[in-house]
Design a protein around this ligand. Structure first.
Ligand code: IDP
Ligand code: MG
Length: 150
């Protein structure tokens, strides 16, 4: 089992797409173990996007992400990191496949609705940034059928 960090970006909230995006993860069978509506500080954005410092889009990205609230979520499931990335689709809306979140809901490079951790190391680091007090552990009664769990 893995846990991944997802952020619904400001455009998802402004466009009223949060519910529909969350529904996709629920329908897929990923379990919600953390959720937080918050305004990202400059410091948090700098920490979260440290790997992108110096890239041409960095200032715009941080400005956008701190402009209004985001919805941070922790989702759990087998291979949750890769599963969530596949549901999200490629980074740019114009390139993302139809059927994915970014492919179905946008055409932009910068305003692409959602962030998802890209590796177990990133997930651990990012979950620590957005959920420093830990996550909610609970066992879905559907776990055996959702996840082939015994
Ligand atoms: P990812 O979100 O699919 O993991 P990354 O390469 O990690 O993609 O980039 C982080 C975020 O930076 C993207 O989601 C997007 O919002 C923004 N970004 C990346 N490349 C560009 C670009 O070329 N122009 C504008 N924004 C970009
Ligand atoms: Mg990334």
């Amino acid at each position: 089992m893995e846990t991944t960090l997802l952020l619904l970006k400001p455009d998802a909230l402004h466009r009223g797409l949060a519910g529909r995006i969350i529904t996709r993860f629920e329908e897929k069978g990923l379990q919600l173990v953390g959720m937080r509506l918050m305004r990202m500080s400059q410091e948090t954005a700098a920490k979260h996007y440290a790997e992108h410092v110096g890239r041409p889009f960095y200032d715009g990205l941080v400005g956008f992400m701190t402009s209004s609230p985001i919805l941070a979520m922790a989702l759990r499931g087998p291979d949750a990191i890769a599963v969530a990335r596949r549901l999200m689709g490629k980074t740019f809306g114009i390139e993302a496949d139809a059927g994915t979140i970014r492919g179905d809901f946008g055409c932009s490079k910068s305003y692409n609705l959602i962030h998802g951790s890209d590796s177990p190391e990133s997930a651990e680091r990012e979950l620590g940034i957005f959920f420093p007090d830990g996550l909610e552990d609970w066992e879905p009664i559907t776990a055996p059928w959702l996840w082939d769990a015994e």
